[in-house]
Design a protein. Structure first.
Length: 66
């Protein structure tokens, strides 16, 4: 039951952070914009493009690959 609630909470998280690397895509969910920015800062600029989208897949921020 606890796993179900955790999955539901992640699914309802309003922010998605995608890191588009050369070999794969990394995806993280965040409940606040500050959390989304913290996830984006974990990846250096040479890793790839970072896109933060809000609810309804609206782009909130984007960082290009260096």
């Amino acid at each position: 039951m606890r796993k179900l609630f955790n999955r539901l909470a992640l699914r309802l998280a309003p922010f998605t952070v995608r890191v588009l690397s050369n070999d794969r895509t990394y995806t993280h969910k965040a409940h606040t914009y500050a959390d989304a920015l913290a996830w984006a800062q974990q990846y250096p600029a040479d890793w790839g493009r970072v896109i933060i989208t809000g609810r309804f897949n609206r782009t909130m921020a984007e960082r290009a690959q260096a």
